[in-house]
Design a binder for this molecule. Structure first.
Ligand SMILES: [Zn+2]
Ligand SMILES: [Zn+2]
Length: 175
């Protein structure tokens, strides 16, 4: 996907998308040297802002494919690694060399980001995940109240019985 196509996918051009694009392309360049195959890539994003759209386009990692994870840490960090080799990169946007006052002019800022040398705004650190990924076996359990099947990881305990989140919350209200 070209940058133009990514803007169309995202709906507008903005600094966040440009930053995400720079982060994702820098990650892919590093991963290429690690010889990671596309199909086995996993991305972890630590924010859910504009830049994640660029990451999805560049890496092909999406929620639907199960290889995009969101950790709500509010950080400008993407971690991309190979499921097989458990190696990859952690990309951080630090923006150290952004000229004072440039952020106020969104279009000038966007242009600046796109032409800036990567290491003046982001850092790429190789990572080695010592912990193997937990197997993705997800049992579904019926909720004791509504009877609907729920992924095991989303089950709440209600007086010792498995409950889905909506039922659990409804019950909490009446307590
Ligand atoms: Zn945006
Ligand atoms: Zn329920």
């Amino acid at each position: 996907m070209t940058y133009e196509e990514i803007i169309r996918f995202h709906g507008h051009e903005c600094p966040g998308l440009a930053i995400g694009y720079k982060m994702a392309t820098a990650a892919m360049e590093s991963l290429e040297s690690l010889k990671a195959e596309d199909e086995e890539l996993v991305a972890i994003v630590e924010n859910d802002a504009c830049g994640v759209d660029a990451l999805q386009c560049v890496t092909g990692c999406t929620f639907g494919k199960g290889n995009l994870r969101f950790r709500d840490y509010g950080k400008h960090v993407f971690t991309i690694y190979s499921r097989t080799t458990q190696t990859g990169v952690r990309v951080l946007f630090h923006g150290k060399d952004i000229p004072e006052g440039l952020r106020e002019n969104r279009s000038a800022f966007t242009k600046w980001i796109l032409s800036a040398p990567s290491d003046s705004i982001i850092s790429v650190t190789p990572i080695n995940l010592s912990e193997p990924e937990p197997a993705r076996i997800r049992e579904s359990i019926p909720c004791a109240l509504c009877g609907e099947n729920v992924m095991e990881t989303r089950i709440r305990q209600l007086s010792g019985k498995p409950a889905c989140i909506p039922c659990y919350e409804k019950h909490q209200k009446f307590e």
